[in-house]
Design a protein around this ligand. Structure first.
Ligand code: GRF
Length: 208
């Protein structure tokens, strides 16, 4: 059984989707821990209710990014993960951390990367007049919201959409593609050649 650790900062709806699909579809894996950088991350409660170990590594308790990253890595190592999934984890991780988990650190970002890395993706997509939007699951590199793309979802942008409406449409697809991508990972179906991911899991995109 592969061991999955999920890092969150807030609501944790992607985390919930992963926990649910992992159990329901009997992945050769289990979510062994959910860690957060904030004690008030709502997703912690859901994970604890499911009997999953939880812990908080508060970034404010650490003087530097390096200290925080080291404390986080220590907390993660206590669960000996095969893969670490960032699911709405709102801290930038430093190069030493990223190197340590290289090839087994996944993230979901609510845009069609490489467009709109960083914050306020939906606002920026609307301001740019994009006609489609979406989400991306990728392997993490030390460049923010960058790295080999595992899977993407695409949704239409409708006239009159505001940030909330677009975010909700994209989020519904995040709950589909993140579990799928993680499943392929734990089933050893992903291959990376020159930064390009291929797999034997099925289509790499969900078009809504
Ligand atoms: C998601 O849109 C994710 O892509 C982004 O932050 C949001 C987190 O939502 N990085 P949740 O905590 O998974 O509900």
């Amino acid at each position: 059984m592969k061991r999955i650790v999920i890092l969150i900062s807030g609501r944790g709806s992607n985390m919930e989707a992963i926990i649910e699909r992992c159990a329901a579809d009997r992945w050769p894996a289990q979510v062994v821990a959910v860690l957060a950088n904030r004690a008030d991350a709502a997703g912690l409660r859901h994970a604890a209710d499911r009997g999953i170990a939880t812990a908080v590594v508060d970034h404010r308790a650490h003087a530097s990014r390096e200290d925080f990253d080291a404390a986080l890595a220590e907390a993660i190592e206590a669960h000996a993960p095969d893969v670490v999934a960032l699911a709405g984890f709102m801290r930038i991780l430093g190069p030493a951390f990223v190197r340590r988990y290289e090839g087994r650190l996944l993230n979901i970002h609510p845009s069609l990367l490489p467009a709109f890395p960083g914050l306020h993706t939906h606002r920026r997509a609307l301001a740019a007049g994009c006609k489609v939007a979406g989400a991306t699951v990728h392997l993490v590199t030390s460049e923010l919201d960058h790295g080999p793309i595992v899977m993407q979802s695409v949704v239409p942008v409708h006239p009159g959409d505001d940030e909330q409406a677009l975010a909700a449409r994209v989020l519904a697809t995040e709950h589909v593609i993140y579990p799928l991508a993680l499943r392929w990972f734990v089933e050893d179906r992903l291959r990376i050649d020159d930064g390009v991911v291929s797999h034997t899991g099925g289509a790499s995109q969900v078009l809504v």
